[in-house]
Design a protein around this ligand. Sequence first.
Ligand code: FPP
Ligand code: MG
Length: 299
Amino acid sequence: MEELQDVKNQIKTFVQECKDEKSLVLLDKLATGKMLRSKLILKIAGVSEESIKLCAVVEMIHAASLLHDDVIDEADTRRGAPSVNALYDNKTSIMFGDILYSKAFTELALMDREIAHTVANAVTLLSIGEMLDVDLTETFNSSYEKYNDMIYKKTASLIEASAKAAAILSGKDADKYSLYGKNLGLAFQMIDDILDITQDSETLGKPAMLDFVEGKVTIPYLLLHERLEDKTKLESLYKKELSQDESSWIKEEMNNTKALEDSIKLAKDLGNEAIETVKDESDSETLIFIMKAMIEREF
Ligand code: FPP
Ligand code: MG
């Protein structure tokens, strides 16, 4: 998508407007991601000056949240490249996150009130979601409900808001697109959780099977835990550095109990539900395409 370059240029322009050399240097250090939120906005709202600005605002908020998240998670890679906290330090990552975040809000304040409210509200949810995520890594969480609430807030809320804001911008049915975005976001996070187990570190751009070591009981682990007769071995591996044998054991049991297969099925169900919501809309074909591409992705 050529328009994604326009979004990147817009982000650069916004950062240039901050009139701070170091911010531009730091912006250059950020590896570009998949820009899922921008793709979604542009597919729904079409390409215009307003939609490109909305994309830039959302991508800057997303980037800011990741700059903070890498400090919180003590991560040294992001999208296969060294993270800003690794290249510089935690302080720089937090401060640059704050700059991107507040510049995005400065621009958001100039936009339509309903759009501004939608996106701003999602950022509150996003921040609560991150706190829930951190709290959930303290002890083994076996509650599906807690996991769902957390991934809705941490990941789906901003994707939901992106879809809704794009619908408002283009005079489409905000509720329908909102629901589509929410389910797309939930499925996105579930696929992420599955890829952590099925893919190698090279493909992921970060160490594989890291979630469980970090204390994250994601959907495949939740199902596995529920289905294992003897849960003690799995519980004993929680938050431990895994040996080759231990990782293999987890993967085998994920297959034996169909925990992995059913996690994929859950993500697909969410995807189909989302598709059902927008099937009569004029852009349903691209929305179905986005959903399918997201579910079938490998990284
Ligand atoms: C990645 O999760 C984290 C998020 C999607 C949200 C993080 C949100 C905040 C830190 C709130 C602060 C918000 C702003 C705008 C300053 P992950 O660790 O599961 O995924 P990863 O593997 O990509 O790191
Ligand atoms: Mg993280």
